[in-house]
Ligand binder design. Structure first.
Ligand code: ZN
Length: 166
């Protein structure tokens, strides 16, 4: 295993900009800290890691990911109507709003969903990821690269700057 290219069990920091097919930017690290992640531990969408494999510090790569290598296809079964009474009443702390993202508890697993429409008795929600079904283009530059520590490998995430704090 080499120490100076992107591969499994390396900690990589990248600056990146992601664009949709209409060239609008959906996410960027521009103006903030680079994104730091542990390679090969499902912290990132699969295609993003695959396309950076073998890159060295300072390398830039631009690549386009079909949905299957990004956030997957949309599943229309993820769109559903729920009774209004499953949601809290509007109050100072909570207001049900179209476009808002809430998190459901699915047998202990957090499942984020968006509010699509609100009617008197029902609320239509979408459990699909916002970027599901989308083809994404990324421009990424590797700004830092290091071996993960034993502790990071055991935890499956990055510690320290840009990472997880305990
Ligand atoms: Zn940890």
């Amino acid at each position: 295993m080499s120490d100076d290219t992107v591969e499994k069990d390396m900690v990589v920091s990248v600056h990146y900009t992601g664009t949709l097919q209409d060239e609008s930017v959906f996410d960027t690290s521009d103006g903030s800290d680079p994104l730091t992640f542990l390679v090969g531990h499902r912290q990132m969408i699969p295609g993003f890691e695959e396309e950076l494999m073998g890159a060295k510090q300072g390398d830039s790569r631009t690549f386009t990911l079909e949905p299957e290598r990004a956030y997957g296809d949309r599943d229309e079964k993820g769109v559903m109507e729920l009774p209004r009474e499953q949601f809290p009443e509007d109050s100072d702390e909570f207001k049900l709003e179209v476009g808002a993202t809430l998190v459901a508890d699915m047998e202990g697993q957090p499942a984020p969903f968006r509010i699509l429409t609100i009617a008197a008795k029902t609320v239509t929600v979408d459990f699909n990821h916002l970027l599901a079904g989308k083809t994404l283009t990324f421009a990424a530059e590797v700004v830092e690269l290091r071996k993960a520590t034993e502790e990071e490998l055991a935890h499956g995430h990055v510690h320290g700057p840009g990472g997880h704090h305990h």
